[in-house]
Design a protein around this ligand. Structure first.
Ligand SMILES: [Zn+2]
Length: 162
């Protein structure tokens, strides 16, 4: 199964099954599960404005993880760089994901600040980054553009065929 989200009238974000499974494996369904997170890696399609999340980085031993917080270490950037080299420079940095110990997740102020820093300070293609939060019942995805436009993406379809 893959998830398809609407970004703009002309752009969609597609999260493939592999990336989805990688994130869902860290959903905080038990009280002892700590927050987890990483970065989104994928592609800007050539024949459309669509963006595909192929893979995510998962928690590294150097991260600091608590029940209600998560500090991503620089190891994630190394993982991204390794993938970028392996894929002949076609793999792109698309955003940041993390988990929340709540059924229907919403971003904290810390998250919003973290995302703002990423969208304005990180190096990436295109004009926006994507920020999924994995709750215990669902995943929600927000986007922040370079100009600071913030919104939640609408889930368009769950596609089981591909
Ligand atoms: Zn958070």
């Amino acid at each position: 199964m893959k998830l398809v989200y609407r970004v703009t009238p002309r752009q969609r974000l597609i999260v493939v099954e592999h990336a989805l499974e990688q994130m869902l494996a860290f959903a905080q369904r038990r009280w002892w599960n700590c927050e987890a997170g990483g970065i989104l890696l994928g592609r800007h399609l050539l024949d459309s404005l669509d963006v595909v999340v192929d893979e995510v980085s998962t928690p590294q031993s150097t991260d600091r993880r608590g029940r209600f917080n998560f500090f991503r270490s620089s190891k994630h950037e190394q993982v991204a760089r390794q993938r970028w080299m392996r894929e002949n420079s076609t793999s792109a940095y698309l955003g940041l994901w993390h988990t929340h110990p709540e059924p229907d997740p919403s971003p904290s102020n810390v998250d919003r600040n973290d995302w703002q820093q990423a969208a304005s300070g990180d190096t990436y293609e295109g004009d926006r980054l994507f920020f999924p939060i994995v709750g215990t019942d669902c995943i929600r995805i927000w986007t922040l553009s370079r100009r600071g436009t913030f919104k939640e993406l609408k889930l368009e379809k769950k596609d089981g065929n591909q």
